[in-house]
Write a protein that binds this ligand. Structure first.
Ligand code: ZN
Length: 244
């Protein structure tokens, strides 16, 4: 852990797979022992009509792809609480199907960005399910009306984010969600506190976490640090000062 503290990475993952020789260089030598079951429920795949903002981060002009003067443009997808609640509902329906129909207890986690993960710790047979069998598990679950990212579940060597770690594209924590009613999409998901001065790249009025934010390009704006860090990682501007 000391190594992690001294050299802080933007993303922390662990593998869903267990190996007899995890340190071996190639996959064959590692000796696969089995993998936990992972499920991914993304809000942006579930909700229609989410607003997308495409703009150049230098001149602030609305543009998709590339600004002819400054290069790569930014795309900001506005995620709202209503949409995340839809994803959360799918997540807990998934947990019910896993438990009631398949006898597999799963745990739900906020992914740190736009959705939720469900993790089933597998010992014995469940861990040895191959990709084809995992695909059948997904088919069964989707037949119950739960929307999932199939790829995540059928990949037996999938990496998943470590609970308690920070998502480097959002500044929010990967966090266990114990019940559907307990989760709120708000600044509490961020470990950052205090106030920051934020200088926007663009004129925009958006929902950020549970706050309505109005930005004018180049105008320093006082925001909660949780919101400022999130907006800066999303390319909406930069933090120039911070107070506790
Ligand atoms: Zn530009």
């Amino acid at each position: 852990m000391t190594a992690l503290r001294e050299n802080v990475p933007r993303h922390l993952y662990y593998s869903s797979a267990r190996y007899s020789l995890p340190g071996a260089k190639d996959m064959e030598e590692k000796g696969w022992l089995g993998s936990d079951l992972l499920f991914d429920v993304d809000a942006d795949h579930l909700c229609t009509g989410l607003r997308k903002f495409n703009f150049c981060p230098i001149c602030g002009v609305p543009v998709e792809g590339v600004c002819s003067h400054h290069g790569q443009a930014v795309e900001f997808l506005e995620i709202n609480e209503v949409c995340l609640k839809v994803a959360l509902n799918h997540t807990f329906r998934l947990i019910d199907v896993l438990k009631d129909d398949l006898g597999m207890p799963g745990r739900a986690y906020f992914s740190g960005n736009r959705g939720f993960h469900v993790h089933v710790e597998c010992k014995g047979e469940c861990g040895r399910l191959g990709s084809n069998e995992r695909r059948e598990v997904v088919s069964y679950i989707t037949s119950k009306g739960v929307v999932l990212d199939q790829q995540v579940t059928i990949d037996v060597r999938r990496l998943t984010r470590i609970p308690g770690s920070l998502h480097g594209k959002s500044g929010l924590l990967v966090k266990e969600v114990k019940s559907e009613s307990e989760f709120t999409y708000d600044t509490q998901l961020s470990p950052f506190t205090g106030i920051t001065i934020f200088v926007p790249n663009v004129d925009i009025e958006v929902r950020v976490l549970d706050r309505d934010i109005k930005l004018r390009k180049g105008t320093p704006t006082k925001v909660e640090t949780a919101v400022g860090v999130h907006m800066s990682l999303k390319g909406l501007g930069r933090i120039v000062a911070h107070a506790k």
